[in-house]
Design a protein around this ligand. Structure first.
Ligand code: FPP
Length: 233
């Protein structure tokens, strides 16, 4: 009997290389981010079709928000505005939900409202969740989780790995099985550091806008060959 390849339940995606992709075409960085958003939409739909249940994309790090030029950040906010007011309808229609992780408090008011409404209006019994990490940094998330746990301790909650996990922004999501980074760098850049304890890592040299469904298929094929031991033999 042919064994069906293992499909990861939760895939994390570090969408790197948009700026370099645009530069090669003598275009501004936001042209690359816009192409990246198109690529992300296709990949999420493909992942859902293949049976992935959770897809988490790194859209803006805490460091990006501090260090990227204002016009680039404005372009990224415009892409989020567009996604959360237009594309999201198709996602809902396909029975999928959106979630946001990260500290969105410093974002423009209208973007914050769109993000919160996007989460609130998501189908409750979703079979697929697309999570956007926005102004997200794992270290900052871990500090926020510690603060939340201190408050919960007053109600008698013990500090355990489980209660800590449940205090992270990702509460309710399973840990990622596979984390993919495009664009050639071999690092996690502050993405899901607690949750990635046993994730399989896949690094691709392909710049994000060129990372199509065929590239995702390659990553999933490699994942299905990995021997996950979780500390066992
Ligand atoms: C880490 O690289 C990568 C990210 C935090 C993803 C950032 C992605 C975007 C800004 C594009 C968003 C795309 C869409 C489709 C909205 P890094 O350059 O921040 O980290 P590094 O300095 O360690 O390489």
């Amino acid at each position: 009997m042919v064994k069906k390849p293992a499909i990861p339940r939760h895939v994390g995606l570090i969408m790197d290389g948009n700026g370099r992709w645009a530069k090669k075409r003598h275009k501004p960085r936001n042209f690359g981010h816009s192409a990246g958003m198109d690529a992300m939409i296709k990949l999420a739909a493909h992942a859902k079709e293949l049976g992935v249940k959770y897809f988490t994309v790194y859209a803006l790090s805490t460091e990006n928000l501090k260090n990227r030029p204002k016009d680039e950040l404005d372009g990224l906010f415009d892409l989020l505005r567009k996604y959360f007011s237009k594309n999201i309808k198709e996602l809902y229609a396909n029975g999928a939900a959106v979630k946001v992780i990260g500290d969105i408090s410093p974002l423009p008011e209208d973007v914050k409202t769109l993000l919160s409404d996007g989460e609130k209006n998501s189908p409750k019994d979703a079979e697929f969740t697309l999570t956007f990490a926005i102004n997200y940094g794992a270290r900052s998330e871990i500090v926020r989780a510690a603060e939340r746990l201190v408050a919960k301790r007053l109600d008698g909650v013990e500090i355990t790995e489980q209660s800590f996990s449940e205090s992270l922004d990702t509460a309710g999501l399973p840990d990622p099985d596979l984390i993919i980074r495009t664009g050639g760098e071999i690092r996690l850049s502050n993405f899901l550091l607690w949750q990635a304890a046993y994730a399989e890592l896949y690094f691709s040299p392909v710049l994000f806008p060129d990372f199509g469904c065929d590239e995702l298929d390659k990553a999933l094929a490699e994942f299905s060959m990995r021997n996950r031991r979780f500390g066992g033999v």
